[in-house]
Design a protein around this ligand. Structure first.
Ligand SMILES: C[S@@+](CC[C@H](N)C(=O)[O-])C[C@H]1O[C@@H](n2cnc3c(N)ncnc32)[C@H](O)[C@@H]1O
Length: 231
């Protein structure tokens, strides 16, 4: 069975980024002892690394299938809030010479709430671990670039595809990236993200199509693929 290579630190991050990886016991512990202890202790020390490695792979593979039709060899992909990058590893295994730019954050919030975050304070990633994960899962160093959202100037180049799963406009406002994304896209760039207000984007883009509907989750979000900013 296919699986990623994860150690405890990476499994901890994967679990924070994809709470569906939590076991029933972990969810009960979170209810009983609160989010602080869950984020710091239970999500780190009470976990089955092999199971997280293969379950995280399964989740990311099914996410990959939702966007496969937009992918080709030689593309430049911008990933906003990719987490540890499982999706990008699967894309890298499937196409030649894709170049990835990751914009992410370098801290783990003390009490992760997983809700809408007006101030966009919440984060759960570590950039050195993201780099370790990418390299140990066979993404070549020349083929990616990691940018710290809080410290670096965002790269000014055109991308073919932008992905942001359960991050942009799911946890924080699209407005934060709106002018940046219009600068780094052209008429063919496809921008894919999850939102609970898909119709709102009909006023922003010429072309919006729904490619996935998450009706079972609390947030009932849609994954949309958008092209061409309206002037
Ligand atoms: C729910 S996780 C989703 C991770 C991954 N996309 C996935 O589908 O598994 C949200 C991610 O967004 C990141 N994040 C939060 N604010 C961000 C920002 N302004 N720019 C880029 N990433 C951000 C967090 O650190 C976290 O890794």
């Amino acid at each position: 069975m296919e699986s990623f290579k994860l150690d405890r630190n990476l499994s901890h991050l994967a679990l924070l980024q994809r709470i569906e990886l939590a076991t029933t016991i972990q969810k009960k512990l979170r209810k009983l002892f609160g989010r602080y202890l869950f984020s710091k202790i239970f999500s780190r020390y009470i976990l089955n690394i092999d199971k997280i490695s293969s379950d995280y792979y399964k989740i990311m593979y099914s996410e990959y299938l939702t966007i496969k039709k937009f992918l080709n060899s030689n593309q430049k992909i911008l990933s906003i809030g990719a987490g540890i990058g499982g999706l990008e590893i699967i894309i890298n295994n499937s196409y030649r010479d894709i170049n990835f730019t990751f914009i992410e954050r370098d801290y783990i919030s003390n009490k992760i709430k997983y809700g809408w975050d007006n101030k966009n304070d919440e984060a759960y990633n570590k950039l050195d671990l993201l780099e370790n994960f990418l390299i140990s899962n066979n993404l070549k160093k020349n083929n990616f670039n990691i940018v710290n959202f809080d410290k670096s100037t965002l790269p000014n180049e055109k991308f073919n595809v932008v992905t942001s799963f359960y991050s942009l406009d799911f946890h924080y406002d699209f407005e934060i990236y709106r002018s940046y994304l219009s600068k780094v896209s052209n008429d063919n760039t496809v921008i894919i993200f999850d939102t609970i207000r898909a119709d709102f984007f009909l006023d922003i883009f010429e072309d919006v199509s729904v490619i996935k509907v998450d009706s079972n989750t609390l947030h009932k979000s849609k994954r949309i693929a958008c092209r061409k900013f309206k002037n």
